[in-house]
Write a new protein. Structure first.
Length: 124
């Protein structure tokens, strides 16, 4: 009986850690989204420096978010920082391309791996 309680307690703590990781990831996602929205508002108001800072902060919080880099490219372009803007746009395109590949049917949701190769059936 004591052994069963220990096994259940050990399994429960593992689930708690998993929930904590999921909660941390959700909080990180929400923080990045708020920063992007704040950047969008600053951009609409014409405060391109603030917009660039907000988008850059979002890119730090969520490094694989193409929207953060695209927004940064827009703001940097308005500030006349064209080389930096081009680099931000290029990074946004690359991130978006990677996401599209990872979300493509046949990858089975395996983020971080190459897509599965599909072969045509051979004729007899």
């Amino acid at each position: 009986m004591l052994l069963a309680l220990l096994v259940v307690a050990a399994g429960g703590s593992s689930c708690g850690r998993r929930a904590s990781r999921e909660q941390l990831e959700a909080a990180r996602q929400a923080r990045a989204q708020k920063l992007i929205e704040s950047g969008n508002e600053a951009y609409r108001m014409g405060d391109y420096r603030l917009a660039a800072r907000r988008y850059a902060a979002a890119a730090v919080v969520k490094q694989n978010d193409p929207a953060a880099y695209f927004g940064m490219g827009m703001a940097l372009s308005k500030l006349g920082r064209d080389e930096e803007a081009r680099a931000a746009y290029a990074h946004a395109r690359e991130l978006a391309r990677r996401q599209a590949v990872l979300d493509w049917p046949g990858t089975r949701g395996r983020r971080g791996s190459e897509p599965e190769t599909v072969h045509a059936p051979r004729s007899p």
